[in-house]
Ligand binder design. Structure first.
Ligand SMILES: [Zn+2]
Length: 316
């Protein structure tokens, strides 16, 4: 994909290098949000205990080592501006680091892909008399807090959290794709992000809610329904790929890279962990062949909603 000169998204939050919320910080009070460790330090400084300097030293070491950064990134409310639409919303669940600049090639690439999906889906929704609100993308390493889907862990791969409408990606998955799963190339990673954005589209269209309600009533069909949700996200990723081609920025071999990735992350190849409430990537995805088939259909029909029904037809 010829991406270097394209628009970057303003909906990316870079949390890489902030450490894991599950480590180190667990034993310290975090209820007070960012002030947790600072408060402890102040209390210790005012106290008379003989061992206070040792504890203060250890706490400072802990902070310098980065172990407490997740605590400091905790609360807070900021507003974020969407790139094109001019819509401003208040985000009360996650703190967006203002002025975050993604400057490495992998981060920049994902930012461009996200921006391009924003353009595509804004246009595609408008054509169907719908309004698109883009998801956020959080880049992280090891683990990170989500706004309603527990702690995201990189061992589980990229995922979408419907509760905070955010895609979470540990960029090291890029290397996993090429080295572990045999799906190299930039468009393999682009497909992965476009698939997660596909889940966001499902969230906006009510598909996620329908899915959740249906499996609550009938838990026995959860796996089958989950496959259909996943295949539809692949279909949407294929639709976006067609849009990339129409812009003249698709490179030779890109679609093959996406198809290889769709194959590599099929159920029979990749297992993922559970996050609790509605993260379909925790469940069943369909076989590699099914995933390739529905990605190809999305590409063929340019993401046409009329052709996107993976629920009421055979998915063999
Ligand atoms: Zn998925």
């Amino acid at each position: 994909m010829k991406w270097e000169d394209l628009r970057r998204s303003s909906n990316v939050e870079d949390r890489r290098g902030m450490g894991s919320p599950g480590r180190g910080g667990g034993s310290l009070p975090s209820g007070s949000g960012g002030g947790g460790i600072i408060n402890i330090l102040l209390m210790l400084l005012m106290s008379r205990g003989k061992g206070k300097w040792l504890i203060i030293g250890l706490l400072v070491l802990f902070m310098v080592a980065g172990g407490g950064s997740a605590l400091f990134g905790g609360g807070g409310t900021t507003s974020t501006e969407y790139g094109n639409s001019g819509v401003v919303f208040e985000d009360t669940t996650q703190k967006a680091e203002q002025g975050d600049q993604v400057t490495d090639a992998e981060g920049e690439f994902l930012s461009v892909v996200l921006a391009n999906t924003e353009d595509y889906w804004t246009q595609h929704f408008a054509e169907n008399n719908l309004q698109y609100t883009p998801p956020k993308l959080v880049l992280y390493t090891e683990g990170t807090n989500t706004g309603g889907c527990g702690i995201g862990s990189s061992s589980a791969g990229p995922f979408y959290c419907p509760a905070d409408q955010t895609v979470y990606i540990d960029v090291s998955f890029y290397r996993d794709l090429s080295q572990k799963y045999g799906a190299p190339g930039d468009f393999a990673m682009a497909y992965v992000l476009a698939h997660e954005v596909g889940h966001h589209v499902q969230q906006l269209l009510g598909t996620m809610d329908d899915y959740q309600k249906t499996i609550q009533q009938n838990p026995s069909i959860k796996n089958e329904l989950s496959v259909r949700v996943e295949l539809q996200a692949d279909y949407y990723a294929g639709g976006w790929s067609k849009y990339v081609e129409e812009q003249g920025i698709l490179e030779e071999g890109d679609i093959e890279e996406a198809l290889q990735a769709a194959f590599a992350v099929g159920d029979d190849t990749l297992q993922k962990e559970s996050y609790g409430y509605v993260v379909p990537d925790s469940f069943t995805h369909g076989t590699s062949a099914q995933r390739q088939e529905w990605f190809s259909r999305g590409y063929k029909y340019a993401g046409d909603f009329e052709q996107a029904d993976t629920f009421s037809q055979s998915i063999e």
